[in-house]
Write a protein that binds this ligand. Structure first.
Ligand code: IVH
Length: 677
């Protein structure tokens, strides 16, 4: 049967895509798509080639193992080829493998007793280590399976690779194979540091291991936290090895080579599946990445009988875990408001099966991350879901971006309550300023409102608040003052007595102090101390509500950021409504006269500017002392300035004062002034 034109076109397109990905992966150490996508392309190609064998060409990607080594390193010919493994994804594919093995070995009856060495499939880079007379003489990558790169200088820097074998009975020539990997903790620490220093980060630990091994400068490799497990013997001259794979592994260990502690011998296909389940459950807690299990027929005689097909042994198979990274498309970018008001961008996705579940949303963490990754609606993205971790967008496949895809912007208004969204320039997180009013933040804001140092409403615990919020019974703190005994007694785990106590305690809380009330409002950056400073400085709530940012910074303890937070809180009409409602329900406190210009303060009416470094106090302390005596501290010098206080390294402000003829005094002068006022 000749293949239709469309099939031939598809075949060519698949080959081209696979070649492109091989190059990105093997040569550039910078894969563009997740493994799952690569595997899928490869399988599609294999399926077409097995249906139309006449279309198989020698240069088809299915006909080779890896990719050609880059020329920067010397080339190493593998005398015994470094092969690859076939994959199984579903239990049925594994059963099929076991059946093939049993058939070839004519094991019909004893198939259940067939022993497999089961090992984690380590997610790193394959290496060959050659020992002559017990000395490490060469390290090589797998390359295309027949020839790899000479990376001796780099493997020598890995502590876990012995430079000399131990014991006496090792063969004169021994070539072992194994996996160099970067443990999870080392990978994370490395990436964090690289990000901080503006250097390139690695997409995953495997990529990190492969990239590190191919450094031209071994000093760089030495800085990378690499480890190794060996899992087979390539070549051996002048010695004898045991007759099972598992015994060989033990022997390698006795010569000082590191082997994986999770390896085990299992019986039959059921033994394999049980091992797979158990290892899968352990996967997240292992200190290194694995992406499946490798089963190898344990008996070497049986291995020899089974032999090889072009690129893989018939006696082994890799049973993969569900992929933790997959491709999908972004259908929308929305902003979610968390319990603390943090506004987080979330990608709405075309549902995709990843890490064992179907995922349709992935976090983009914060607005900087969204811009850094430049995720746009319509983009094809890699999604990662490992263990119980929230699915995240790893990155965009730039080449697949549709035309005209526009970048998402941080909304100006909270998508939940419509309040202003505020982001300080030095903060990654943007927040809804709705506070008490925003239903997304309600439960947390209410817990704070009733807490001991705030309104101190005893008996209104977190669980009860959550129930009342969920039942829509409390929308704002004002609703607390409308709760009655009967409805409270009807809530989960509430009896008549506790309902009565709670009502009493709500009643008592109506009489409070301005400081507690201000603190209870939950204005960002306004803790107990600031609430106290505001209360004594202004004396009355109205005055605080009406104060401008310039007036607010006059309060000791209040800087420009805090002042702007206070201002934006009171600028929201909903917040003012809530305060009014609370007062209407009888929440009250004693108001006092403002203390902002103490009549006895000898510095009242005087304006100060501070410049340079003082030796016995900070500028902030000086500011507080001046303010305590009724003086005003501003940032710029004008004709109206009474005094410029200068310390060490005073700059242009001092010069300007001299220009304008403003009186200038040093620290000693300030101390004298403070003392006499
Ligand atoms: S044995 C002839 N055992 O998987 C069999 N390979 O797809 C050769 N790998 O290149 C491989 N863990 O990089 C074997 N326990 C393990 C492995 C393992 C990871 C990698 C290795 C190899 C690839 C084969």
């Amino acid at each position: 049967m000749t293949a239709p034109r469309a099939t031939k076109d598809e075949l060519e397109s698949l080959r081209q895509q696979i070649r492109h990905h091989n190059y990105r992966y093997h040569v550039l150490d910078d894969p563009e798509v997740p493994d799952a996508e690569y595997d899928r392309l490869m399988r599609q190609l294999q399926a077409i080639e097995s249906e139309y064998p006449e279309l198989v060409t020698e240069d088809s990607p299915t006909q080779r193992v890896g990719d050609t080594p880059i020329s920067a390193f010397g080339t190493v010919q593998h005398q015994v080829p470094m092969l690859s493994l076939d994959n199984a994804f579903a239990p049925d594919e594994l059963r099929e493998f076991h059946r093939r093995v049993s058939d070839r070995l004519e094991l019909e009856e004893g198939a259940d007793q067939l022993c497999y060495a089961a090992e984690p499939k380590l997610d790193g880079a394959a290496v060959s280590l050659l020992y002559e007379g017990g000395q490490l003489v060469r390290g090589a990558t797998r390359g295309d399976g027949t020839s790899g790169e000479d990376i001796t200088h780099n493997v020598r820097t890995i502590d876990a690779v012995p430079l000399r074998l131990i014991g006496e009975d090792f063969p004169p020539t021994l070539e072992v194979r194994g996996e160099v990997f970067m443990p999870k903790a080392g990978f994370e620490a490395y990436n964090k540091k690289a990000e901080k220093e503006g250097e390139k980060t690695f997409v995953n630990p495997r990529n990190a291991a492969a990239g590190s091994l191919r450094q031209l400068d071994p000093k760089l490799t030495a800085e990378r936290p690499l480890d190794v497990y060996v899992y087979s013997v390539g070549r051996i001259d002048g010695g004898k090895l045991p007759e099972t794979h598992s015994e060989i592994i033990k022997r390698l260990q006795s010569w000082g080579l590191k082997t994986c502690p999770e390896s085990a011998v299992v019986e039959g296909v059921e033994g394999c599946l049980a091992y797979y389940e158990a290892l899968g459950a352990k996967r997240d807690s292992l200190p290194y990445e694995i992406d499946g299990v490798v089963y190898k027929v344990d008996n070497l005689l049986q291995q020899r009988e089974l032999g090889f097909v072009s690129r893989a042994p018939r006696w082994a198979i890799a049973h993969k875990f569900p992929a933790q990274e997959e491709l999908t498309t972004v259908e929308g970018i929305e902003f979610q408001v968390g319990r603390t008001g943090a506004v987080t961008p979330v990608a709405r996705l075309k549902p995709v099966f990843v890490g064992g579940v179907t995922v349709s949303n992935a976090t983009l963490h914060n607005i900087d991350e969204l811009h850094r990754k430049d995720v746009r609606v319509g983009d094809t993205v890699t999604i990662r879901r490992a263990g119980d971790v929230i699915p995240e967008v790893v990155g965009v496949i730039a080449s697949r971006r549709p035309k005209g895809a526009r970048a998402a912007q941080l909304p100006k208004q909270c998508p939940v309550c419509g309040s202003a969204v505020i982001r300080e320039s030095d903060e990654a997180v943007a927040r809804c300023s709705g506070g008490l009013y925003c239903s997304a933040q309600r439960a947390e804001a209410l817990k704070h409102f009733v807490s001991r140092k705030a309104m101190d409403i005893e008996g209104l615990g977190s669980k009860l608040i959550e129930q009342l919020v969920a039942a829509d019974r409390i929308k704002t703190p004002a609703d607390i003052f409308q709760l009655n005994k009967d409805e409270l007694a009807g809530m989960e785990r509430m009896g008549d007595k506790s309902a009565e106590n709670l009502v009493d305690s709500i009643e008592e809380s109506r009489s409070t102090t301005l400081q507690r009330f201000l603190y209870a409002l939950g204005i960002r950056e306004v803790g107990e101390a600031t609430a106290s400073a505001l209360a004594s400085y202004f004396g009355k709530l109205d005055a605080i509500q009406q104060a401008t940012e310039e007036e607010l910074v006059e309060v000791p303890d209040v800087g420009p950021i805090v002042a702007s937070r206070i201002r934006s809180f009171f600028d929201e009409a909903h917040n003012r409504d809530v305060i009014k409602a609370l007062q209407d329900f009888g929440v009250h406190w004693h108001e006092s006269e403002p203390q902002r210009s103490p009549s006895e303060g000898g510095l009242s009416g005087k304006t100060f500017v501070l410049t340079g470094t003082l030796s016995n106090m900070t500028r902030d302390e000086a500011k507080q002392k001046i303010q305590a005596l009724g003086g005003k501290v501003t940032g710029s010098v004008s004709k109206k300035t009474s005094f410029v206080i200068y310390g060490d390294k005073a700059g242009s402000k001092l010069a300007k004062a001299q220009d304008l003829g403003v009186e200038t005094i040093d620290e000693a002068g300030l101390n004298a002034l403070l003392a006499e006022s």
